[in-house]
Design a binder for this molecule. Structure first.
Ligand code: C5P
Length: 399
């Protein structure tokens, strides 16, 4: 998130999913946002204003006649003080009000009086969502430039299963952050590799490495936030798929290479973050290798894996290729050599020996002009800065 905290006016309307808005408020704050909650009267039947006040440290407003605001115009004052309104959950009734410009309580009034973006996360029973009236209202909201986040399908509080369930708070946070992020890569297609590869020795053993996949996943997330459509080819990692990203799970370097080559046509950017095994076992055993009575170790033979990055860079019409490097010394010199040998315009070298699994990192970007240092920061923040640096270097960059 930007250095200046984003001020989010969180509107909570009266659906059972209102209890999830407490987690949502908390998570938005964890991402650096300032959260001001406004509730409808019926929302207060599901969850109390005191809960939100305790979580956000801000007074909660429900009443258009609240005398805590000097000029008695909370609808104007509150939306002036915010960068964005997020209504979660948004009931069918509230969507109908938004669609028709009704303003009969504080939240609907300040939505009508706003000059800032409005995002809504619908939550309702399946029949209510499918009702033609709600369908019409959803179309009106979309046409009015209101961003609809969800709903999704799943088990509902009424016991039925279907479309109408509010998307989960982490997804709402992600969608909100994506909405706010500068659109450096609008309309671009980005392909990312991440994580380790796993090269089998036999059905139960294999060779892998300690790459956690965190940096690659953050880069995929940041590219998506920046407006790109993103394919993420991931080796075996225990990480959640970033919101809005197409993930393709692979195990071996050969599978990773195949998955990349199948998707590279039409990609604008390729970012190779994966720690790909240089070698695979050539004589993989179909059965578990048994210990022999004399204790002699098995003889493993190795074969060279394809260099995915160099392979993509050598294509006839390659995307803008970005490589990663983990050098332990003479970073710039070795990095520059690696960049040229791989045939890529940009290389990101990890500063420091060991970044595997850590949440922070520091990068030295190396291109034909020289180096740019991205100071130590969380991998999420570094990923956002890297995406901006990449976007500035694209052939059609106007910036
Ligand atoms: O040659 P080295 O492994 O140091 O290069 C690292 C860079 O090359 C990373 O961007 C990595 O994702 C990529 N790479 C690859 N395929 C390989 C080996 C490395 O794409 N077989």
């Amino acid at each position: 998130m930007a250095a200046k905290p984003v001020r989010i006016l969180l509107g909570v309307t009266g659906g059972v999913a209102a209890f999830k808005a407490a987690e949502l408020a908390r998570r938005l704050m964890e991402h650096g946002a300032q959260v001001q909650v406004v509730m409808t009267e019926s929302a207060t039947r599901f969850i109390t204003p005191a809960t939100f006040q305790a979580l956000t440290g801000e007074p909660v407003y429900t009443d258009a006649w609240d005398t805590r605001i000097d000029n008695l115009m909370p609808h104007i004052e509150l939306s002036r003080a915010a960068d964005l309104i997020l209504v979660a959950p948004a009931t069918a009734d509230f969507m109908a009000k938004l669609a028709h410009g009704l303003a009969d309580d504080l939240l609907s009034t300040l939505c009508l009086a706003r000059e800032i973006p409005l995002l809504v996360a619908p939550a309702m029973n399946r029949q209510m969502w499918e009702n033609p009236a709600t369908r019409r209202n959803a179309a009106i909201l979309a046409g009015d430039g209101i961003e609809l986040l969800g709903p999704t399908a799943g088990l509902q509080a009424c016991g039925e299963t279907g479309l109408g369930r509010m998307i989960e708070p982490p997804e709402i946070v992600e969608a909100t952050l994506a909405f706010l992020a500068p659109k450096w890569l609008a309309g671009k297609r980005v392909l990312v590799t991440a994580g380790p590869t796993y090269e089998p020795i036999d059905p139960v053993r294999g060779i892998t490495n300690r790459s956690s996949g965190k940096m690659g996943f953050e880069i995929a997330r940041a590219a998506r936030r920046a407006g790109a459509s993103v394919d993420l080819v991931a080796g075996p990692v225990a990480l959640a798929t970033p919101w809005g990203v197409q993930r393709h799970d692979v195990r071996t370097a050969i599978e990773m290479n195949d998955a990349v080559m199948a998707r590279v046509a039409g990609a604008d950017v390729f970012i190779a973050v994966a720690a790909v095994a240089d070698w695979r076992i050539a004589n993989v055993s179909g059965q578990k290798i048994k210990k022999t009575p004399d204790g002699a170790p098995p003889a493993l033979e190795f074969a060279l894996n394809p260099d995915i990055l160099a392979g993509v860079a050598a294509l006839a019409d390659p995307p803008y290729c970005v490589g990663f490097a983990a050098e332990s010394e003479a970073l710039e010199e070795h990095g520059q050599k690696k960049r040229i040998s791989k045939g890529v315009p940009l290389l990101a070298a990890n500063i420091g020996h060991q970044t595997f699994g850590l949440d922070e990192n520091e990068l030295l970007l190396i291109d034909e002009k020289g180096t740019t240092r991205l100071e130590r920061a969380s991998k999420a923040e570094l990923a956002a800065r890297l995406i901006e640096e990449i976007a500035r270097r694209l052939p059609d960059a106007s910036r």
